[in-house]
Design a protein around this ligand. Structure first.
Ligand SMILES: C[S@@+](CC[C@H](N)C(=O)[O-])C[C@H]1O[C@@H](n2cnc3c(N)ncnc32)[C@H](O)[C@@H]1O
Length: 280
């Protein structure tokens, strides 16, 4: 999808680390079900009713809706601006089986046993009470229903070469997510959470999302400079003690060097999971 102007929207909030500014939104607009729900797609077929919880701008929801049409897909997110965008994109795709709602994933506006499948991508890492989300999603899943998730493993992600600095950018990100009561290693912690929540037949895997072409490297550099090192993020990091001004400046300089390095290669590690609600 092309760049869109969302400059009138609010930027990072104290509670949701990534914020809703244009720079981070451009990263979400690159996502697709084909890649970012690849471990779920083999389980989908026409007729299955799906919930995409924490759907953001809905770019993954669109692919899920294509996979299960004519059955309904419902996306839900707490941020009205993301839901407005999701509705706009769904209309562009002409999908009439996709509906978006503003709401909290810990208090879903759906009946018990309503969905065949529930999915989330990089949402559990931002919600403080993991059991509250999983319990609520389990409630709206049919007995025997499938839940799948894909969540970041920040400590296994990397930006190479590091110049002795860029690992500290990941550390800063982790401290910031934790300061917002999030879980930066959720991709590998989630299996235990799903066991505790009473899901069965849990299967986990892991994947790297790689950034290596000149376009990818330019994209990561832009996200780093314009989103991660934006005043909203750096001021929050300094306030929470996750960074100093000197560290932020050093990270900016290192990312400029990285962009021009012939070996520039970054990868985001993601844990993937499928599990089932017990049939009875
Ligand atoms: C990193 S974004 C991922 C969006 C989408 N799943 C994707 O991958 O494109 C996380 C999303 O979770 C949403 N979110 C976080 N906490 C939430 C909550 N308690 N209820 C509903 N949405 C929530 C945020 O508003 C944000 O849109």
């Amino acid at each position: 999808m092309g760049a869109i102007d969302v400059t009138e929207q609010d930027s990072a909030t104290p509670d949701y680390t990534m914020g809703y500014g244009e720079e981070y939104l451009q990263a979400l607009l690159r996502l697709s079900a084909k890649i970012h729900a690849a471990h779920l797609l083999p389980y989908l077929e026409p007729g299955l009713k799906v919930l995409d919880f924490g759907c953001g701008p809905g770019t993954i929801s669109i692919g899920l809706a294509e996979a299960v049409a004519p059955a309904e897909v419902h996306g839900i997110d707490m941020e009205p601006s993301q839901i407005d965008l999701a509705k706009m994109f769904a209309a562009r795709y002409g999908l009439d089986n996709l509906t978006f709602h503003v709401g909290d994933v810990t208090a879903l506006p759906f009946d018990d046993d309503e969905f065949d499948v529930a999915y989330c991508h990089n949402v559990l890492m931002h919600v403080p009470d993991t059991q509250a989300v999983l319990g609520e999603v389990k409630r709206v899943l049919k007995p025997g229903g499938l839940i799948a998730s894909r969540e970041m493993i920040s400590e296994s992600s990397f930006t190479h070469p590091d110049f002795g600095v860029l690992r500290k950018a990941w550390d800063m990100f982790e401290d910031l997510v934790a300061a917002d009561d999030g879980h930066p290693q959720m991709g590998k912690d989630m299996k235990a959470h799903f066991v505790k929540a009473g899901f069965t037949r849990i299967r986990t895997s892991a994947a790297f999302e790689s950034y290596t072409t000149p376009e990818d490297v330019a994209f990561i550099h832009q996200v780093a400079q314009q989103w991660f090192l934006s005043p909203e993020i750096t001021e929050a990091a300094i306030k929470y003690g996750a960074a100093t001004r000197e560290l932020c400046d050093a990270i900016g300089t290192a990312y400029d060097r990285w962009k021009d390095h012939p070996g520039a290669f970054a990868a985001i590690a993601e844990g993937e999971l499928v599990a089932w609600k017990p049939a009875c």
